[in-house]
Design a protein around this ligand. Structure first.
Ligand code: FAD
Length: 624
């Protein structure tokens, strides 16, 4: 029988990051997945990043993950979203050639030392209960049989008991074209994990040859592209536009006429869907006053005719899909290559997990990705990275890596999941973070790369590049603070009107409407990469706010540092209500910070807990 340190189940976005992280940290890994042709497949939109998701990708990169490098190699249109708003929410997004993306990730995985691959289906887990507490010891598969391991990471996405709906047609599937994972789902339910049902949906795919492109407005890449990865110097591949169209009253009329045949409205679908990413039938019903909805026609790659019409996810019968699509400008003759569909699937209540993503029920078993109730490639990848790191660290006898809410969006994501759970597919938003002016995309490397390097994930080469960037940033800040307008060769009246002769550039940068882009061809900045120029500008413009935020970060971190002893008996603590005790027993928080974020835990209850922990520590330290 084969033995590994870590087994990762599923080669989706969570599984790839988990496997690469663990293998790169030096432990022997096995990645088992249902199809080796679908590694890092994009089940829905062919894009990486977007609001708050871009932040996650940059953090994954800063810690030594792969997603940012993958999209930098395979992106076909890069844009920074929200540039007219504050820098906290500037977010990178890139459309991908989804086939190249998958091939890139597969080749990285195939070339990684310590990482072994099997195409197979995991049907159950090997559990040892002899020590009194359940411990995972391996997996049972359909074809190769049993594999043993010290830790197992499950990243099965939408596959557990997946059920696809198109009108009244229902098919068991993990996603279109892939079998559902039913035996593993049954195993998980039998083992007593709290399991719920969620739903998500996708759009029909259209044939590019049948779209009237000339009638539509094009949207192009940014002129100056900032890559996702801090280590990518330049995006070299050709960029291609996407096109914009909209639904109209006639489209909505057709959709209304088919609502009786929608599984969403006939009550066939019971799982809860993503509120912020509704199907087109949902948009038409819930926003009856809106006369149109925007659609982005996104090519799925360079060498495919399939186009992803972003904004019209649907599970209406296929004839309804064709009919409403042909009411849309530019799509009058469009042919549907693949039908849109909705999928319902099992997820595990993430409050069953500790902050390391290890389950509380079964030791050395980790869950990551959509199985935990999230939606999105980036949310999955962030969790996968942490689960892979922690599985490896547990084998190496090291403490788990837990990122706090004030350190990273990945920390916010995991903390939200494990302390609050989720009733609907969880998507990251910048509004979920308390310290969002500090948790920006541009400084993810300063926040996290030292951690990634110290745990053995960031390579020497990438760490050298990080140090070099830090040096360039420091010299930019120094230049802005110490250089006068005249020394910088700035003479235009527009810039110098308020200059008293000795004004420094930093004063100019602080002006609300000034951007360093305006002097990007100045002798100093000509050699500075755009990402560092923007970072320097933010650091100066928002210096006061950032300093205040850092102060508040320190006070949040104090609560997170107070660990709650494992043996604590909440029922015996005077001053805690029955409701609070039952919530604490359900969630089993690891720190006072986590406890404070459980809904219903009042500041008074946290104070009682704090005093109890303090008193117990004092008594223990003075007891003979
Ligand atoms: P996945 O990428 O699903 O990967 C799971 C992997 O596990 C697969 O490789 C599978 O083969 C493997 N696997 C499963 N069971 C087993 C088993 N028993 N043995 C071996 N291997 C197994 N996200 C958005 O952000 N926005 C959207 O609008 C959106 N719409 C979606 C629509 C649909 C129809 C689907 C299916 C997904 C959608 N998503 C959307 C979600 C997005 O695809 C997922 O969030 C993301 O892929 C999750 O990554 P993951 O790694 O957790 O799982």
């Amino acid at each position: 029988m084969e033995f590994y340190d870590v087994i990762i189940v599923g080669a989706g976005h969570a599984g790839c990051e988990a496997a690469l992280a663990a293998a790169r940290m030096g432990v022997k890994c096995l990645l088992i997945t249902q199809s080796m042709d679908k590694v890092a497949a994009m089940s829905c939109n062919p894009a990486i990043g977007g609001t708050a998701k871009g932040h996650l990708v940059k953090e994954i990169d800063a810690l030594g993950g792969e997603m940012a490098k993958a999209i930098d190699h395979t992106g076909i249109q890069f844009r920074i979203l929200n540039r007219r708003k504050g820098p906290a929410i500037w977010s990178s997004r890139a459309q991908a050639d989804m086939h190249l993306y998958s091939r890139y990730m597969k080749s990285v995985i195939e070339g990684t030392k310590n990482l072994h691959l099997r195409q197979d289906e995991v049907k159950g887990l090997v559990i040892d209960e002899s020590s009194g507490r359940a411990v995972v010891k391996g997996v049972e598969t359909s074809i190769f049989g049993r594999f043993l391991a010290n830790a197992v990471v499950l990243t099965t996405g939408t596959f557990l008991n997946g059920l696809i709906h198109i009108g009244d047609k229902r098919t068991q599937a993990g996603r279109a074209g892939d079998a559902a994972s039913t035996s593993l789902a049954e195993f998980i339910r039998k083992y007593g994990f709290r399991v719920g049902r969620l739903k998500t949906g996708t759009t029909p795919r259209l044939d590019a040859k049948t779209i009237d492109w000339d009638s539509l407005e094009a949207q192009h890449s940014d002129e100056e592209i900032i890559p996702f990865s801090f280590t990518t110097e330049k995006i070299k591949q050709k960029q291609i536009p996407c096109y914009i169209t909209t639904t109209n009253e006639q489209t909505h009329e057709v959709i209304r006429s088919y609502l009786h045949a929608s599984p969403l409205y006939s009550g066939t679908i019971t799982g809860i869907g993503p509120r912020y990413c509704p199907s087109i039938e949902d948009k038409v019903v819930k926003f009856p006053d809106r006369l149109s909805h925007q659609i982005f026609l996104e090519p799925q790659g360079y060498n495919t005719c399939e186009v992803y019409p972003n904004g019209i996810s649907t599970s209406l019968p296929v004839e309804a899909q064709i009919e409403f699509i042909r009411t849309i400008k530019g799509l009058e003759k469009a042919e549907v290559v693949r039908a849109g569909y909705a999928i319902e699937y099992d997820f595990i209540d993430p409050t069953e997990l500790s902050a390391s993503l290890e389950t509380k029920k079964i030791r050395s078993l980790y869950f990551a990705g959509q199985i935990n109730g999230t939606t999105g490639y980036e949310e999955a990848a962030g969790q996968g990275l942490i689960a892979g790191i922690n599985a490896a660290r547990s084998i190496q006898g090291q403490d788990a890596l837990v990122l706090s809410r004030s350190k990273a969006y990945i920390g916010v994501l995991i903390d939200d999941l494990i302390t609050k759970g989720t009733q609907e597919p969880y998507r990251m938003f910048t509004s979920r973070a308390e310290h969002r002016l500090y948790l920006r995309e541009d400084n993810a490397d300063s926040r996290l790369t030292d951690i990634g390097y110290n745990i053995g994930l960031v390579s020497e080469n990438d760490y050298e590049k990080f140090k070099e960037r830090q040096g360039i940033l420091a010299s930019c800040l120094n230049y802005l603070k110490n250089t006068t307008f005249a020394q910088a060769g700035i003479t235009e009246t527009y810039f110098v009107e308020k200059d008293n002769g000795g004004s420094r550039l930093e004063g100019l940068v602080r002006r609300p409407n000034f951007s360093l882009d305006e002097i990007a061809d100045n002798e100093f900045f000509r050699e500075v990469p755009i990402s560092i120029r923007r970072r320097a500008e933010i650091e100066i413009k928002y210096e006061g706010y950032i300093a205040r935020e850092k102060k508040s970060v320190r006070s949040t971190e104090m609560l997170d540092r107070v660990r709650i002893p494992h043996q604590i008996e909440y029922g015996k603590i005077q001053g805690l209500s029955n409701e609070v005790v039952s919530k604490l027993n359900l969630h089993l928080p690891e720190t006072l910070g986590q406890a404070s974020r459980i809904s219903g835990l009042t500041p008074a209850a946290i104070q009682v807990l704090r005093i109890h922990i303090h008193k117990t520590r004092l008594e223990n330290s003075i007891s003979p």
